[in-house]
Unconditional design. Structure first.
Lengths: 158, 515
């Protein structure tokens, strides 16, 4: 029973983190689509900033992603979630945050291509891996909400 | 002291007071000008010019000239002077320049009183002077008069190294005041070779403001630019002139981090058939720009900026051409000539036009005038990524070196600390056993029985300290510790290095492990 209690405690946290990461990635994808197809001038960081600065931002992001992923993994293990499931879920969330930083750092005219591909892969990983922790229904609901919000945002900003 | 201060102030102010006026108005007082004085035309013109000049500076010199020039207080003093016999324009100009004047305005009918006299060549001399390096800018305002007398001419001249900004302001001031009152048009006659022809862009990926595509370093750049030449002359047209390309150094300038491999520029066709005043050529010219590969400068500063400051730059390349215009191929446009030119003196008198103004372009230009056409073109160039990875690799290497050094020093310090102790091991029966301290580990017959950490002996797992009874032993020189390892008792004697002869053990080198 205490183990079951632990799972219940950590699940809302994972769902919240997943929702935030997914929304951020959808938002960044919308911006890159606007840049590519609507000639938008939106920029996360100045267009002509040195590549070194971008790489450093990305590396810091990668470090943060790893730290956050590890922290979530520990919370999930403490919440009595099985180690393989916790590891998969933490890895999926880590990649969401990594994709966020990659999107922020290398946002541009063509970034929508790789952003879309990686986001689709992550969504697949969400349904196959993360859903074991947060539940398939919750995963689908969050994904649908994020995609719908993304579409609305695209037409609002276009 | 007060007197000294005043003297000093006077000494400092004196040169400014003696500097004299920068601008002057020279008024023709020759006999041929008499009717213009009688009708107050000269007075009206002078007042208009002086008002324009005084809008910029209060101190304006006024001269009256005929055979010679003399400075007067004001226009009313000019009218009191007797009329002269001839018009020595060049001498009047010399006088004003000698007095330190930088901008000269002249009102004249532009003709000698007696075209057949010995002074006939005087105007020619004047134009020679205007053509020379002494004068930097010449603008002429022909003024039509009512039929019955020839038109007048106003010259606005800027001496070499004179105040060009003031000159332009005065011109603009006169233009705005004269517009609508006087029937005139500004005719910029000098310089004919600078800022007179520009480039109009027909089709190009690059232009003076921006670059439509981004170029990559390391890739060859070859562009074809389609342009037309655009005249900035108001009334002068150019015909049958050849175009030369000015060879320049293959460089984007000092501030740029990149440089082109070469700078091969060509233009075709190589002639300007006709370029009307204010017009563009009908012909479209193709400029071939071949820069070869663009390269990043390999100095540390450039590599640093390319990695950490900017990812691209707008590199500017100067395109320079020279349009070689023979003297006879500068012409005033027909409409201007029709309005202001009197072919003969009689014609000028009859129509109120200016005598021989059509000769001005040939009088004011050399045998061949090299009209400079220079335009910048912007290439947006993306820097390569290798400087970033070079710096990151360097930082990584430096980081690893620092970590390595830190660990090495730490290990060396630990080693030095461990090396302070020697150990001798024997059985309770006094039989010597092979023993040593290696990297802090206390070995007895190749088996670890414990560690020396600083000055403390800590037993290994599976080893127990028997005597003295304690979990750890703080070591002192000659300290004996009995431990039980593998169900046998071993007496360890610790000795500080350098304090005594090495513990006499049978095996200085460790004997082979007991089986």
């Amino acid at each position: 029973m205490p183990a079951q209690q632990g799972v219940k405690d950590v699940r809302p946290l994972v769902v919240t983190v997943f929702t935030i990461f997914c929304l951020t990635n959808i938002f960044l994808l919308v911006i890159s689509l606007l840049i590519a197809f609507k000639n938008s001038k939106l920029q996360a960081i100045p267009e002509d900033i040195g590549l070194g600065v971008r790489v450093v931002i990305f590396l810091i992001g990668a470090g943060l992603s790893w730290a956050l992923g590890r922290w979530l993994y520990m919370r999930m293990v403490e919440g009595n979630i099985k180690v393989p499931e916790a590891a998969t879920a933490a890895l999926v969330l880590l990649f969401y945050l990594l994709l966020t930083f990659a999107g922020l750092t290398f946002l541009g005219g063509f970034s929508w291509i790789w952003q879309s591909v990686f986001l689709l892969v992550l969504m697949l990983m969400t349904l196959l891996g993360l859903s074991r922790v947060i539940g398939t229904k919750a995963a689908i609901v969050v994904l649908v909400i994020c995609v719908v919000l993304g579409i609305v945002l695209f037409f609002l900003l276009a | 002291m007060d007197l000294l201060k005043r003297c000093l102030a006077l000494a400092l102010l004196a040169p400014a007071a003696w500097a004299g006026p920068k601008s002057a108005l020279l008024i023709d007082r020759s006999g041929s000008m008499k009717p213009y004085y009688q009708d107050h035309v000269v007075r009206q013109l002078s007042d208009t010019i002086l008002a324009a000049l005084r809008g910029q500076s209060e101190d304006i010199a006024v001269y009256a000239f005929s055979a010679s020039a003399q400075r007067v207080k004001g226009i009313e003093n000019v009218e009191q002077l007797p009329f002269g016999d001839s018009t020595m324009l060049d001498k009047a100009l010399d006088r004003a320049v000698k007095d330190g004047v930088q901008i000269v305005w002249m009102i004249t009918d532009n003709i000698q009183d007696d075209p057949g006299s010995a002074d006939t060549g005087d105007t020619e001399q004047f134009y020679k002077k205007l053509r020379s390096d002494v004068i930097e800018k010449v603008t002429i305002f022909p003024l039509r008069q009512p039929a019955g007398r020839p038109g007048l001419v106003i010259y606005a001249l800027l001496k070499k190294d004179g105040d060009s900004d003031l000159y332009e302001r005065e011109l603009a001031g006169f233009h705005s005041r004269a517009e609508g009152i006087l029937r005139t048009g500004a005719l910029r006659m000098k310089p004919l070779d600078r800022d007179t022809v520009g480039i109009s862009w027909v089709r190009a990926n690059i232009n003076p403001r921006t670059s439509l595509i981004t170029y990559d370093t390391g890739k060859p750049v070859k562009e074809i630019i389609e342009v037309k030449f655009k005249s900035k002359f108001d009334h002068i047209e150019i015909t049958n002139a050849s175009i030369d390309v000015v060879k320049r150094e293959a460089s984007f300038g000092k501030g740029s981090l990149i440089y082109p491999e070469k700078s091969d520029i060509d233009i075709s066709p190589r002639t300007v058939e006709r370029l009307g005043p204010g017009d563009e050529t009908e012909q479209v010219y193709k400029i071939d720009v071949d820069l070869g590969k663009l390269k990043l400068r390999n100095d540390p500063a450039s590599l640093w900026k390319a990695a950490w400051v900017k990812s691209s730059e707008d590199a500017t390349l100067e395109l320079s051409f020279v349009i070689q215009v023979p003297q006879k191929n500068f012409r005033l446009r027909p409409r201007f000539l029709q309005e202001f030119n009197g072919v003969t003196l009689q014609d000028a008198k009859n129509t109120g036009t200016v005598y021989a103004i059509d000769r001005l372009p040939s009088l004011m230009s050399g045998a061949v005038t090299a009209v400079q056409v220079t335009t910048p073109v912007v290439f947006r160039v993306r820097y390569p990524s290798y400087p970033t990875f070079l710096w990151l690799a360097m930082f990584g290497l430096i980081g690893l070196t620092i970590i390595g050094l830190f660990l090495g020093i730490k290990r060396a310090a630990a080693m030095a600390l461990h090396r302070r102790w020697d150990v001798a091991a024997e059985t309770q029966a006094g039989v010597s056993l092979g023993s040593a301290v290696e990297n802090g580990n206390v070995l007895v017959q190749r088996e670890i029985v414990g560690r020396v950490e600083g000055d403390t002996f800590v037993p290994a797992t599976g080893t127990q300290i028997v005597q003295p009874p304690a979990a750890e032993i703080h070591l002192s020189d000659g300290q004996k510790v009995t431990v039980e390892a593998r169900r046998r008792l071993v007496v360890l004697t610790f000795k500080k290095k350098g304090t005594a002869a090495k513990a006499a053990t049978a095996a200085a080198a460790l004997p082979p492990r007991r089986r």
